[in-house]
Ligand binder design. Structure first.
Ligand SMILES: Cc1ncc(COP(=O)(O)O)c(C=O)c1O
Length: 395
């Protein structure tokens, strides 16, 4: 009856079972996986957000497949601020209903069924679903950690085959926080040129940059002005303005002009087929995007406070350490690999009521990694980390 692409394992795994049992008991949980900013105690400018959604213009319907010019101009303006010397044309932007829809459009644009996209591991767990739904195969290559994360270019080259159509990277990566460096960007462009590949760069966390940088590394900024390969930058209000409920995303196309023109013409037809983004939101984009100026400082302050708290506790013991965090909303903890990460996460939940993610959620190749969100309220974060360290010390 159903397509093979929807043959997902629908049973709960041991971790989700443990979480359901724990919730059913009603025991309060210290949630160190929380990454929904609307649940983390930040101050939103409610009046400005609500008034952005209250606009008489929304009573008219005048569909524009790429999204309203005024909304695209606001998004282009956001990139213009980052690249004052460049001319960022709103005509190379397409608005989408969230970043996930942007992925679907790009996979439809670039891939025949069975074609491949290579992507870094560890990374964002939703990619597998986004690709499978579009009949695209993801081939992993590795990020390696050595005093900081970096792309393993040998593994990247080995992952490329005759059906590869694109390289996909999250910049900075979720959850490792790896920023693509200038050297790495040069190599990525060269590989795209050699193999005729597009570059897809998910920059939803690009504004959450920390000072901690591995020695000698020069970080690459946004890829919005990358002109050496056909490049698609993805982002949206979900992370940039901490407004995931608005479901506003976009694609910015860049690279050799004739390729960009062709890509935009095709993307416009894909977008026209759905016209999925609601007019009220398109009208609200300029004002909602402005909210980033109030939200990002709050999120950065929380991230820094939680990293400071984490470091203060880690320095008092030897069993757990953290990896370098260049940016993003997460910390990767190195823990003793004496059991699977999933077993450890379940024990932590059952014995100390603390929720963390095991590394394998994000395709870490080995055991010994837990992931915590840096958005949790700092008192809860500190208590959660203390309980985690205590459980590990107790063995
Ligand atoms: C790397 C990455 N891209 C995209 C998204 C989701 O974006 P959106 O809410 O716009 O679909 C997330 C959400 O966590 C993410 O981590």
């Amino acid at each position: 009856m159903f397509s093979k692409r929807t043959d997902w394992k629908l049973e709960e795994n041991a971790y989700t079972q443990a979480l359901r049992r724990h919730r059913e008991c009603g025991t309060p949980i210290l949630d160190l996986t929380v990454s929904n900013p609307t649940e983390c105690g930040f101050q939103y400018d409610e009046a400005a957000i609500l008034s952005a959604l209250h606009n008489p213009e929304v009573l008219h319907y005048d569909p524009e497949p790429k999204g309203m010019l005024q909304a695209r101009a606001a998004v282009a303006g956001y990139y213009q601020e980052k690249n004052p010397g460049a001319r960022i044309d709103p005509e190379r932007f397409i608005l989408t209903t969230g970043t996930s829809e942007a992925y679907s459009f790009l996979f439809r644009l670039l891939c025949e069924p069975g074609d491949e996209v290579v992507t870094a591991h560890p990374s964002y767990p939703l990619f597998d679903f986004l690709a499978t739904i579009q009949d695209v195969k993801l081939r992993p290559f590795h990020l390696v950690y050595d005093h900081g994360w970096q792309i393993d270019f040998q593994s990247l080259r080995e992952s490329i085959g005759p059906r590869t159509r694109a390289i996909l990277l999250v910049h900075p990566n979720n959850p490792t926080g790896h920023f693509i460096g200038n050297d790495e960007a040069g190599q990525l462009n060269a590989i795209c040129g050699e193999h005729d590949l597009a570059l897809i760069v998910d920059e939803v966390f690009v504004d959450y940059e920390r000072r901690e940088t591995p020695a000698r590394k020069k970080r690459h900024g946004s890829f919005v002005c990358n002109d050496r390969a056909l490049t698609f930058v993805l982002s949206g209000l979900s992370k940039i303005a901490a407004l995931p409920q608005m479901k506003v995303g976009w694609i910015a196309a860049g690279g050799p002009e004739s390729l960009v023109r062709d890509a935009m013409a095709r993307l416009e037809i894909i977008a026209d087929t759905y016209l999925s983004m609601s007019a009220p939101l398109q009208h609200a984009v300029p004002a909602l995007l402005e909210q980033r100026k109030k939200m990002q400082p709050q999120l950065m302050a929380r991230i820094e406070a939680n990293v400071a708290q984490l470091d203060e506790q880690l320095v008092r013991q030897m069993l757990v350490s953290r990896l370098v965090i260049e940016g993003g909303w997460y910390a990767v903890l190195r823990v003793p690999a004496v059991q699977s990460d999933e077993e450890l996460a379940i024990r932590l939940l059952e014995r100390r009521s603390v929720l963390v993610h095991p590394g394998h959620f994000y395709e870490f190749p080995d055991e010994g990694y837990l992931i915590v969100s840096l958005l949790a309220r700092t008192d809860e974060f500190a208590e959660g980390v203390a309980r985690l360290l205590e459980l590990i010390r107790a063995g």
